[in-house]
Design a protein around this ligand. Sequence first.
Ligand code: URA
Ligand code: SF4
Length: 215
Amino acid sequence: MQTAAPFVPASASSIAELRDAAPACRGCELWEPATQVVFGRGDEHAKVIFVGEQPGDVEDQKGLPFVGPAGHLLRRAVDDAGLPVSDLYITNSVKHFRFERRGARRIHKTPDQQHITACHPWLVSEFAQLRPSLVVLLGATAAKAVLGPSFRVTRQRGQLMPWPASAQHPADFPSGHEAKALATIHPSAVLRADDREAAYNGLVADLRVAATALT
Ligand code: URA
Ligand code: SF4
């Protein structure tokens, strides 16, 4: 089984320590064609953690998550929903960009379950450092990574759930720590939607529900 586990420093006491160790990860084959690892970023004391899928083309080049078009849309939606923009941390389920080459272009390729599983120890290590009150799962990959492969965002989006009680590997998460999780659509899906306005409003409505977990 492919896994990042041997590369995650077990005694890390900060996100910075984890970030420093991530470039050496060889937990799956995705590191090789990618430009660099893209670790999470944001407030180390954030109460809210957003989990996406994997870095996109822009993120792979800049080494930072959600700095492309999906990231801009996400920030606007977070603001419109009244979530505290300064008090959040953003990361991905899989930390290297998976793509297919078509000539000079690199086309995004959805990570497989094996990549989600391999990269999971990094996500767990971020949860353990941050101990967030609220985990927002953006799209199917993030929801499956945290809530299990049978979770369906289309049917179960916009609901605040106890976390980690509903998590796939409750033992992986900070013990005795209680929080809420909510799954919603991925900002990239909003950008691709036929009716972008409706899709955007749906995302903001879900994030408003998420915001109630903080009051
Ligand atoms: N989409 C994601 O899921 N993550 C990013 O970092 C960028 C786009
Ligand atoms: Fe390691 Fe995750 Fe990158 Fe695979 S995708 S090499 S598990 S950091």
